[in-house]
Ligand binder design. Structure first.
Ligand SMILES: [Zn+2]
Length: 309
């Protein structure tokens, strides 16, 4: 495999660098997603975006994960990935990015978007309103919907955090958004790292059980934590931000334009996110870490992606 698709193979491997105790789960989820989608996942996401997104198109980007009591400003995984993608879609394809998330996550998102200088709008995604997703599609008329680290419901309609607890009340309902996107022929690309995020519907059923050993829920639904919402493209990475950066790296190869951020930008974005109240999604600490991995690790991944050619 050569050219841009060869870049995808290298990028996927960097985004899958083993991190923490869940390394095995991520590798299994990746292999299952790769088998079904038959191409490097980051490259597949980038090439579909390059095919579909035209100058002036609205692209809706979505993030939001974590129980409101423990993560009142959301987590550091998600906002950085969304911001880097929003900036790249604007600079590389001329898109008009609109970022949506639960109200409580908007301050950190705004802070991170300001650091990147991404030209984009930021809107609340209301909790407890089944029709909110449909309304956003009607109002904004996007051609593309991208989710990065967005928790979604299992087949019983319950949204779980990574510990298997029911966190449905803290999260907006994404079902209408994705049903509506399918009805309207809107391209959907999803990035996740655990299996409880939007997009893993691709692997639910015969696949998700064996692939996701930590899939058991600890709430009365007795279901899996695996989200059953599908996306047209599912990108699996060790940390969701990395998968988003990987898609941007492939988009860079496809457009010939410099779109990825720098390790210095990573430090500035993470710092801004923490000051605005985002916390580490694993440790719940207000530290410069993402899913337990420190800033040096985040910057190392950005450095490696920046070296792929
Ligand atoms: Zn449950």
């Amino acid at each position: 495999m050569g050219g841009a698709a060869g870049v995808g193979e290298a990028v996927d491997q960097i985004c899958l660098l083993p991190w923490g105790t869940r390394g095995g789960d991520v590798q299994r989820l990746y292999r299952a997603a790769r088998r079904l989608q038959k191409a490097p996942l980051t490259f597949l996401g980038a090439s579909r975006l390059a095919e579909v997104v035209r100058a002036g198109d609205v692209v809706l980007l979505l993030t939001g994960a974590g129980d409101a009591s423990e993560l009142p400003g959301g987590e550091t995984d998600g906002p950085l990935g969304v911001a880097v993608l929003a900036r790249a879609l604007h600079l590389g394809l001329g898109a008009r990015p609109v970022v949506i998330s639960e109200e409580r996550n908007l301050d950190p998102l705004r802070a991170v978007l300001e650091v990147t200088g991404a030209e984009c709008s930021l809107l609340p995604f209301p909790c407890g309103q089944e029709g909110a997703g449909y309304r956003l599609l009607e109002e904004l008329q996007p051609t593309t919907l991208i989710s990065v680290e967005k928790l979604g419901p299992n087949s019983k309609g319950v949204i779980h955090d990574m510990r298997g607890r029911d966190v449905s009340a803290s999260h907006a309902s994404v079902r209408g958004l994705f049903d509506g996107a399918r009805d309207r022929g809107i391209l959907t690309v999803a990035v996740g790292d655990r299996g409880n995020e939007v997009g893993f519907g691709l692997l639910v059923g015969p696949h998700v059980g064996p692939q996701l050993r930590s899939a058991r829920c600890r709430c009365p639904c007795r279901g899996s934590i695996g989200c059953d919402i599908r996306a047209d493209v599912l990108v699996v990475s060790s940390i969701s931000n990395w998968g988003a950066y990987g898609v941007v790296t492939c988009l860079q190869a496809l457009t010939g334009r410099r779109l990825l951020h720098t390790p210095e930008d990573e430090a500035a974005m993470l710092g801004a996110a923490i000051v605005a109240g985002a916390r580490d999604g694993v440790t719940h600490a207000l530290t410069s870490t993402v899913d337990g991995a420190n800033l040096k690790v985040q910057q190392a991944v950005v450095t490696l992606l920046g070296a792929v050619q």
